[in-house]
Design a protein around this ligand. Structure first.
Ligand SMILES: Cc1cc2nc3c(=O)[nH]c(=O)nc-3n(C[C@H](O)[C@H](O)[C@H](O)COP(=O)(O)OP(=O)(O)OC[C@H]3O[C@@H](n4cnc5c(N)ncnc54)[C@H](O)[C@@H]3O)c2cc1C
Length: 347
């Protein structure tokens, strides 16, 4: 994104993002279907869903912003569900649970649009959207055509896909395969809340209620009454390290904290996933800690969420850098931001 050199007359992104941060854009257009995309050419632009995973420059962005509002929800008898990209994600989960379809309940309460869910392969409580995804319909801007893409085309990984960080493929709809049978509970904290063993099954509506309650306790559902939910969700991803980096981190952890047990999960091959929240807390950053200037802070409920308390994107990034640098010097691990950064660098 190029720096802003001229006055921007579009709305301020702070009105359109859950962080409530970000300056103006060039213009805002609403997209309800492929007909609204055909005359776009290939000019750079910002694709916007619910604005729940975006950190936008205070100066704004000299780009047109396309707000994706494609409607629709079709449910086949076989559990094949096609959802318009502009549908509110949690509304979709709610309707599917009410209709007795299973698979989505662990993903309850994730803010934003259905169309953004494959972009970072959203995940929570032991499930990722990739496990349910049959395919997406995209508008392919270079060719000006509507195309179907399957999971094999999307490079879905931990909080990533090939759709992330580009604006040449715009998701119009998402197709998921749901089941009538509930899925095994795959997350310890959720199993505890449901009073079942991990791997046991629980009713889909009970899973949804438990997930929403757990998320509320962490400020991870959008709630105008909860200042801790004024975030972009988790600011950092859990670091996935190769064997050499994991050994270096292990040595640093033991140097600093002695012979401790710490969260460490296999992540394919010899890779290891560590807990960003654990590293941040042990590096000395507690929940509720204010950032420079005191107008942003770490959520009082969740170490990974950085919250806007009336500050700026610059304040938020200053806090994020403090945390990243603190964790790096304590444990030799460099945390990466999870949200999409627009018009700002995290260097
Ligand atoms: C309180 C809170 C809790 C959260 N919890 C979770 C969680 O548990 N798990 C999780 O994975 N995420 C979580 N998030 C992050 C966020 O909700 C998800 O990433 C969500 O899918 C973003 O949807 P959105 O519509 O708001 O996308 P936006 O923030 O509007 O956009 C995000 C990115 O997707 C692109 N994009 C959006 N729509 C489209 C489209 N139709 N086609 C192509 N590209 C598109 C945008 O260009 C941008 O790059 C949380 C966020 C908040 C604020």
């Amino acid at each position: 994104v190029s720096p802003v050199h001229r006055p921007l007359s579009g709305p301020r992104l702070q009105e359109l993002t859950t962080l409530g941060l970000g300056g103006p854009c060039r213009e805002l257009r609403t997209v309800t279907g492929p007909q609204d995309l055909r005359d776009l050419g290939t000019e750079p632009l910002l694709v916007l869903g619910g604005g729940s995973n975006l950190v936008v420059a205070d100066e704004g962005v000299d780009l047109p912003v396309l707000r994706i509002a494609v409607p629709g929800l079709e449910v086949g008898p076989d559990g094949l569900v096609t959802v318009g990209a502009g549908e509110d994600w949690d509304g979709v989960v709610d309707r599917m649970v009410a209709l007795g379809w299973c698979g989505l309940a662990p993903l309850s309460g994730i803010p934003g649009s259905a169309g953004a869910t494959p972009v970072q392969n959203v995940g929570a409580y032991g499930t990722e959207i990739g496990r349910l995804l049959v395919g997406v319909t995209v508008f392919d801007r270079p060719s000006g055509t509507v195309r179907e893409l399957g999971p094999e085309d999307l490079g879905l990984g931990y909080r990533t896909s090939t759709l992330r960080g580009r604006s040449d493929r715009i998701v119009l709809s998402v197709t998921l395969r749901l089941t009538r049978e509930p899925w095994p509970v795959a997350y310890r904290e959720l199993a505890g809340a449901l009073g079942v063993e991990i791997g046991a099954v629980a009713g889909e509506a009970d899973v949804r209620a438990a997930v929403l309650a757990l998320r509320r306790g962490k400020g991870m559902v959008l709630d105008p009454g909860d200042p801790d939910s004024r975030s972009a969700g988790s600011f950092f991803t859990n670091p996935v390290l190769d064997a050499a980096d994991a050994d270096a981190a292990d040595a640093a952890i033991r140097r600093r904290l002695g012979d401790v047990d710490y969260p460490r999960y296999p992540a394919g091959g010899d890779a290891v996933k560590l807990s960003a929240a654990w590293l941040i807390e042990r590096a000395g950053f507690a929940k509720g800690r204010p950032g420079p200037g005191g107008r942003v802070g770490i959520s009082t409920k969740h170490t990974l969420a950085l919250v806007n308390r009336g500050g700026s994107t610059a304040d938020l990034l200053a806090l994020a850098r403090e945390i990243r640098d603190g964790v790096r010097s304590a444990f030799d691990v460099t945390l990466q931001p999870e949200p999409v950064l627009v018009g700002v660098e995290f260097d």
